[in-house]
Design a protein. Sequence first.
Length: 236
Amino acid sequence: MSTSYDIHDLPEVLDRREGPHGEIVLRRHGELLQIIANGCFLMDTSDGRSERLLVDAALAALGKQDAVRPAPALLIGGLGVGFSLAHAAAEPRWGSVTVVERERAVVDWHSDGPLSAVSARAFADPRTKIVEADLLDYVNETSDTFDAVCLDIDNGPGWTVTEGNGGLYSPAGLAGCARVLAPGGILAVWSAQPSPEFEGTLGNAGFQQVRTEEIPVARGVPDVVHLAVRPAVGPG
């Protein structure tokens, strides 16, 4: 994959904040915007294939279920650089798109900052709802129900760099995701690397039809999307 910047150029810090879970930074490096959390690179605007596949895979998996879902409700965990939201909002089949993001800075960068270049149209879509909250708290407290839940949090279940994110991929976190899923609903989880252990965790949490789709990358191990179905009786 070609880069959009000279590797010898230094990135420009556009915003730096202390959030509830540590430092979060937005940088510009050439044409790319980058999000850095506690000194660790999280994501940038170079390539949204993984995020688009996350949303598409959830919608395709919904289509294989027996229930008729004329306008399915989607929950996205994590706003990030906005690729998942932008792709979901561009798909007319989604009836609603709710995004839960716990970092106020990230929401600001999208609402009136540099990342609005990615997400402005999606933010203006009447189907879109942005919720500023910790996702674990949200799935355990909301009365809303969704047909699909897409998690794009941190680096995925295999390696989290922000305190507290690991709990989302634990049995308790997955139980919260199952709580907000309608019977036959789809859980789709992005990960920076394959995780057979997480597949086992999904199965042990009561999810069915667990499988993994790989997304090739230029170098190193592929990104993946883990997919699972909430059975009619519910996990647990």
